[in-house]
Design a binder for this molecule. Structure first.
Ligand code: PLP
Length: 451
């Protein structure tokens, strides 16, 4: 395609290196430039309106124009636009936000470390796990178990923890000490006739075998999203985490919950850990922590982890880890205001009330000829398309059917994300019943065009 000289599209292609993008295709197609947002809608630079079915990147929980968040940022810019939190320095927004996070945590937590992104929050957690075991003199207990198709970010360590080949291929990842257990994906991976319960038992047994084969003295932590988001919205069988946690306890392996997508109401409770009965030692959150208006993430650790880490920091002189922007005061003020809005405007309760409407609409696609499975929980879901739904025969990956349907749906007015042949939905938590209907109506028009 040729672009108007000096147009935003031409300049984008000339200068911007986009994340998660096929650069050859981008030079051909150019960008879709988003100009502005309002409620659950965004508008492109030609004025076309889209309902944001993915809340941006699973993240803009309060939609695209929240005045309270704007005011909170402006107020903090006036008071103190930046200060750091290294070496005993602190500021009120950071203190208030840490206190608030500890008060709402799903299990007793002790301390909060601030970062800028989900990836960095996981990196911090990985480094704390290693620091903790070094502090206890367990220098060989370093392996971390992620899961196939789990997503934890793209820094070198978090990408290694991520279980998706796209994040490894070409990047010399995973680095040492990261291994991957099976994903709890009943629809795609259970044996013929295997119940969810039996499947969960088998996965926990396989995890235990893996730990024994690796050597329990070498395994430090197990990492899991409550619902795997970027892996295709994989909702685990009910008893899966209970069985997994029993195995972890047996071998003194830390349990880390990655709540970057599931945190703050997405699955119908404040935390995904509550929906799935998870009792993590470390919890990682980001995205909806600030409705993604500004970058901030948090790593929460319990007292069991904190104690040895504290002692080691004294022995080593300091805990040698931290970002220039750890707990940035403007980001912290916006995050704090976000959490206040969740409380004062009953956002999480309202999202829980809206979940049955969302899930009913989502599941109404189950009898569509292209749809293998419609699955989800709370206000997140996915529709997986199949070449032959009766025999569960998938489309050839190279055919790119999922991305093609996502593009058709976007043309019909809904922003979606394709994860392979699963089309993911994760709208802002403020979405109304009529907007849910509109979102799925746009999607149905796109899907029908793929028939
Ligand atoms: N963890 C999970 C569960 C995620 O879904 C993501 C991003 O989608 C990340 C971590 C990485 O977050 P970020 O993109 O902010 O680095």
């Amino acid at each position: 395609m040729t672009f108007q000289p000096n147009s935003p599209a031409a300049r984008d292609v000339a200068y911007v290196l986009h994340p998660y993008t096929n650069f050859v295709a981008h030079e051909e197609k150019g960008p879709l430039i988003i100009d502005r947002g309002e409620g659950v809608y965004v508008y492109d630079d030609a004025g076309k309106k889209y309902i944001e079915g993915m809340a941006g990147l699973w993240s803009t929980s309060l939609g695209f124009h929240n005045d309270r968040l704007k005011q909170a940022a402006m107020k903090q810019f006036d008071i103190l636009p930046y200060y750091h939190t290294f070496a005993h320095r602190s500021h009120l927004p950071g203190i208030d936000l840490a206190e608030k996070l500890i008060s709402v945590a799903p299990v007793p937590m002790s301390k909060v470390f601030f970062n800028n992104s989900g990836s960095e929050a996981n990196d911090t957690a990985i480094k704390i796990v290693w620091y903790y075991n070094n502090a206890l003199g367990r220098h060989h207990k370093k392996k971390i178990i992620g899961r196939v198709n789990g997503y934890h970010g793209i820094t070198l360590a978090s990408a290694s923890l991520t279980g998706r080949s796209m994040n490894h291929r070409g990047f010399d990842a995973p680095i040492a000490n990261f291994i991957h257990a099976e994903e709890p994906n009943h629809y795609n991976n259970a044996l013929e006739g295997e119940s969810e319960e039996d499947y969960a038992t088998r996965l926990a047994e396989n995890l235990e075998k893996m730990i024994v084969e690796e050597g329990p003295d070498t395994v430090a932590a197990f990492w899991a999203e409550p619902v795997m988001g970027a892996g295709g919205v994989i909702v685990p069988p009910k008893t899966y985490f209970d069985k997994v946690q029993k195995v972890l306890q047996k071998y003194d392996i830390l349990f880390v919950a990655d709540e970057v997508i599931c945190g703050f109401g997405r699955t119908g409770n404040y935390w995904g850990s509550q929906t799935f009965d998870m009792k993590p030692d470390i919890l990682v959150c980001a995205k909806a922590l600030s409705s993604s208006y500004l970058p901030i993430s948090a790593t929460l650790i319990n007292e069991k982890v904190y104690e040895p880490v504290k002692n080691a920091s004294a022995e080593l002189g300091a805990f040698g880890h931290g970002y220039t922007y750890s707990g940035h005061p403007v980001c912290a003020a916006v995050a704090l205001e976000t959490l206040k809005i969740y409380d004062e405007e009953n956002i999480i309760e309202k999202a829980r009330d809206m979940a049955p409407v969302f899930q009913k609409q989502l599941r109404s696609f189950s009898d569509h000829p292209l749809v293998g499975e419609a699955r989800g929980v709370g206000l997140m879901g996915a529709i997986q398309v199949m070449q032959d739904k009766a025999s569960k025969k998938p489309f050839e990956a190279s055919a790119g059917v999922g991305p093609m349907i996502a593009n058709l749906a976007t043309e019909e007015g809904v922003m979606l994300r394709a994860v392979g042949d699963s089309l993911a939905f994760c709208p802002p938590l403020i979405i109304s019943e009529s907007e849910i209907e509109e979102m799925f109506a746009c999607f149905r028009r796109g899907l029908d065009r793929a028939l």
